[in-house]
Design a protein around this ligand. Structure first.
Ligand code: KIV
Ligand code: ZN
Length: 390
């Protein structure tokens, strides 16, 4: 499917509104979903998985309105492997200029046992459901859920069936976050090599973060030939979450020498959507989260602050502006040095001679030993005390 010219282009498939919303407690309102979808569309996400239309009337309505409003992105809905789900999904995405149906079934031994289907029965069902979806829309994605724990031969067999039945994207989910990076790459490379017709479709990677390897696994899959990454803002998602959009996009941008792939994402919009998703989902971002954590561009220790004041590249591999932040922060605390205190004082409009700075620095350190972070108000109070004692 990818032309030669597109071979370095990696499609970004965002599933914040579907897999992300499946996080227990992350439910978003109808209006919030429309707002997030608009932000995703504006930032250049290629495919928005807007929901699971059969799941509820509310999900159907949200997918349907997102399909109607979105300007650029392909709008996708999820459906299980049955005609009723697929019909409902087709109805929900109908108003999109570029609709996609994503249908899936669990193919690993554990998952095959649930509907109690043998391998042949499941293969027939895959053929019938993918063909049905393809009769309704031109753009069909098929996923063998728990692909990474499915027997390789059977995986090849069902992928071939899905391709013959009309799937245009084959997604390889690591549903339980079990895979390691080398294995993730190996699986994609072997599938592309072994499955007849593989070069006619796009292979996607869909990773979960149960062992903290979702980003590494997704990037390894891309290295091996996958050209669509499924991800969510802030890594929101079931259990430990999904691959974080901001991480894979920034990794390919910052280390383009190692991963020479392009996305269509305007990275300067990352911070705004991260904050909005945190607010509407109620899932706050951990302080030290890569790219979007409060501390991702913050430096407290004296050596780091001094380096940052001289040349930001000493301790930063990307610029805060790249993700839409105005500047890095140098919070003051007990590890901070004189250079950062002087810079902060100058910023606040104080001009101090060396002796006065020495004195304020001693007081600052004593305060910082008692407080986790020293704020501007604390510095102002130190300065007031220091001038009243003169
Ligand atoms: O993790 C998973 O397997 C999924 C599928 C529905 C694609 O989210
Ligand atoms: Zn998932």
């Amino acid at each position: 499917m990818t032309s030669k010219a597109d071979q370095d282009r990696v499609l970004i498939f965002d599933t914040t509104l579907r897999d992300g919303e499946q996080s227990p407690g992350a439910t978003m309102s109808h209006d919030e979903k429309l707002e997030i979808a608009e932000m995703l569309d504006d930032m250049g996400v290629d495919i928005i998985e807007a929901g699971f239309p059969i799941a509820s009337e509310g999900d159907f309505e949200a997918v349907s309105q997102i399909a109607e409003r979105s300007k650029n992105a392909v709008i996708c809905g999820l459906s299980r492997a049955n005609f009723k789900d697929i019909d409902r999904c087709a109805e929900a995405v109908r108003k999109s200029a570029r609709p996609r149906i994503h249908t899936f079934i669990g193919t690993s031994p554990l998952h095959r046992a649930i509907p109690n289907l043998n391998k042949d029965e499941m293969a027939d069902l895959i053929h019938d459901t993918v063909s049905h979806a393809r009769n309704l829309v031109d753009n069909v994605q098929w996923s063998p859920m728990d692909a990474t724990r499915t027997e390789f031969d059977y995986l090849c067999r069902v992928i071939e069936i899905a391709i013959k039945a009309g799937a245009t994207t084959i997604n390889i989910p690591d549903t339980v976050g079990y895979t390691a990076p080398r294995e993730s790459a190996d699986l994609i490379a072997r599938l592309i090599e072994a499955v007849p017709g593989a070069d006619e479709v796009i292979f996607a990677t869909h990773c979960h973060n149960d062992l903290g390897m979702a980003t590494a696994n997704a990037l390894a899959a891309v290295d091996a030939g996958a050209r669509q990454i499924e991800c969510t803002i802030n890594g929101l998602g079931e259990r430990a979450g999904n691959t974080a959009l901001e991480e894979v996009v920034m990794a390919m941008k910052v280390r383009n020498d190692l991963m020479p792939f392009q996305t269509g994402i305007d990275t300067t919009k990352i911070m705004a959507i991260s904050r909005r998703v945190a607010t509407v989902s109620g899932f706050q971002v951990q302080y030290n989260k890569a790219i979007v954590g409060k501390n991702a561009f913050a430096h407290e220790s004296g050596i780091h602050q001094d380096g940052m004041l001289k040349n930001a590249e000493t301790f930063e591999i990307m610029r805060p502006e790249d993700i839409g932040l105005s500047e890095s922060s140098l919070p003051l605390g007990k590890h901070s040095g004189r250079a950062a205190l002087r810079a902060k004082l100058e910023d606040m409009g104080y001009e101090l001679g060396d002796n006065q700075l020495k004195d304020v620095f001693v007081r600052f350190k004593a305060l910082a030993d008692r407080k986790k972070e020293v704020f501007d108000e604390d510095i102002a109070a130190l300065m007031r005390d220091s001038s009243s004692e003169d």
